[in-house]
Design a binder for this molecule. Sequence first.
Ligand SMILES: C[S@@+](CC[C@H](N)C(=O)[O-])C[C@H]1O[C@@H](n2cnc3c(N)ncnc32)[C@H](O)[C@@H]1O
Length: 282
Amino acid sequence: MRVPDTGGGHRHLATRAVGCYPTEPMADSGDELPFAVLSLQTETERNRRAEFARLFRSAAIPEEELLANLGLFMRRQHWARCLFMHDLYRRALDVHGVVMEFGTRWGQNLALFSVFRGLYEPFNYTRHLVGFDTFTGFPGVSPEDGTNPTVSEGAYSVTEGWEQTLEKILLYHEGESPISHLRKFELVKGDVSETLPRYLERHPETVVALAYFDMDIYKPTRDALTSIRPHLTRGSVIGFDEACFAALPGETVALREVLGLGAIRLQRVPYSPTTSFLIWEG
Ligand SMILES: C[S@@+](CC[C@H](N)C(=O)[O-])C[C@H]1O[C@@H](n2cnc3c(N)ncnc32)[C@H](O)[C@@H]1O
């Protein structure tokens, strides 16, 4: 996930190539790991946000009230992402099938989808959530992915063993809703070009109601789109994180090759500049 630009950032972009900053370790977090992620923020924004993140880490809110007050720290761009995921989920509500995310990383979208399932269709135990990721970042890149320096092997990795923590988080969310004795999510670790065909072989019953593409790069996006195509039904919702995004061209190239831009209607919502979606019409 990119940190979306603010309004003022466009001027910055026009005068300088797309910025590429590794995430700053937080001064008081003890976190020394540099994760290569693409960001369009200005230096000023970066410093301001780092300061705000420190304020979050040090906020003297009692533990039992902290999570109930996260809205204090979520900025416009964070809300845009959550609202977009909500929008996609709402659009897929009357479509039978599972939800897949390609490129889960820390897994926030899966957690959101789990919460939305609990809110809108708590008894729909067929609405499985399936997250695909290497959990070690990009396994490799292709010429179609352009020349931005962030686009390199290992970018967007997570801390070692994060998938086990994510399992616990998703189990927790499942436990807050009915029918929690039935496990309704799965994390599939590995290169999606290999893991998704195997998953679909194991699950020939799969209908994809909602798929979110956020792997950023060409080859896995192409392969995953190709693999899920026979599992789509009219009305299936497919979301994209990076369509028409110059710093990461590979996702759009894959979309063009597999589905064809003229054969779909790529739509957007007003509050989110980079995300898009289509409703599959067969
Ligand atoms: C931008 S991050 C995803 C961000 C996440 N969806 C979010 O909203 O926070 C891109 C993810 O795609 C994953 N990825 C890239 N290529 C992949 C591949 N071939 N197979 C599986 N995962 C891949 C990376 O490991 C990384 O976690």
